[in-house]
Design a protein around this ligand. Sequence first.
Ligand code: NIG
Ligand code: FE
Length: 422
Amino acid sequence: MAGRILIKNIKAIIQAETEPQAKVSGAAMKNLPIIYDAWLAIDDGVIAEFGPMAEWPGILDWTNLEVIDATDKLVFPAWCDSHTHIVYDGTRETEFVDRINGLTYEEIAKRGGGILNSAKRLQNASEDSLVEQALGRLDEIMKLGTGAVEIKSGYGLSLEAELKMLRVIKKLKELSPLTIKSTFLGAHALPIKYKDNREKYIDLIVNEMLPAIAEEKLADYCDVFCDRGFFTQEETDIILQRAADFGLKAKIHANELDFTGGIQVGVKNKAISVDHLECTGDAEIEALLNSDTMPTLLPSTAFFLGLENPPARKMIDAGLPIALASDYNPGSSPSGNMNFIVSLACIKLKMTPEEAINAATINGAYAMELSSELGSIALGKTANLFITSEIPSYNFIPYSFGKDKVETVIINGEIKHTLETF
Ligand code: NIG
Ligand code: FE
């Protein structure tokens, strides 16, 4: 059972909400609520109280209280990473070298590499081995400050293997302290045996996979890779409508490689989020403005694959919210370091540190329907937070890219990690 923790002398509590909100959009993304010289109390897994040291209550019950002195350190809500593929077998550094030598991501996919390569390996891997590998990755991202994460299937691509992946994610929900959401991504790539019969694979998804997944309650959301060379807008529509019949809301991959109508079909199906969005123009922005769908950007994928960056500035200036996620997967983003994602958002997408931190906390929580319990420091929210090492300001997180400044991680009110400092 989670105990009681008091953090005192905090240099600044970042994202300290007095009026909790579900998400922040447009110009409001520049506002990052902060309390300087502060204290924070955690009781039974939740944020019980916080405020400036000048308003120290002085009447605390000190029994069973663990006290942390955070002089010169900052407290952040734990990162909310709303898009990952961390259940996979083995890595794909050979394809990384192939790309350096001139092949494109799409060329590698066409010759059976890429997602199909991971699918072949996953089909042969045991459930236990997949759980063990994924738990290692969850531990790795937790130590980097992530407290909630969405995980997709999509390296199964057969009924049995997709169910195996989703059962692995269900196990991870039981075994990991992180808050986890599970997404079915049967339409991640077309298996080779359906090469000349796409409809048959769509049939398999809607008539066999979705009913079996719903029956076992294995997924929270349904995803489709709606893009050039993968699944069309029409196919996406069919899958998402059927998923809705089974109570699965949409969270889709859209417009990474081309202007494919993915954003529009996501909005039409009331997607919780549409993700990637490297190819976003005026029509796509317009569609998103009239929706509750969270546009989610994955800057490490564009960085790793050398793609054009999405027009984040234009999107925010038009009034849209943005969430940031890592896309942690073996092919296009073999890292789940949200601190680096925040850096990339500032450096490559020209988001300000305030916008990037909002995007990686409260808006990431919204993209997993978790913003009433996570994504900010607010009374009664789950105590998922991290304490930095001694740093001059929150700007230092994106500025000092590649350095680990997350010193202590608290999940569900328990200290889960303390960085060794020398
Ligand atoms: O989000 N875009 C599709 N899926 C993943 C890539 C998966 C892979 O290459 O294994 C992504 O980038
Ligand atoms: Fe992805």
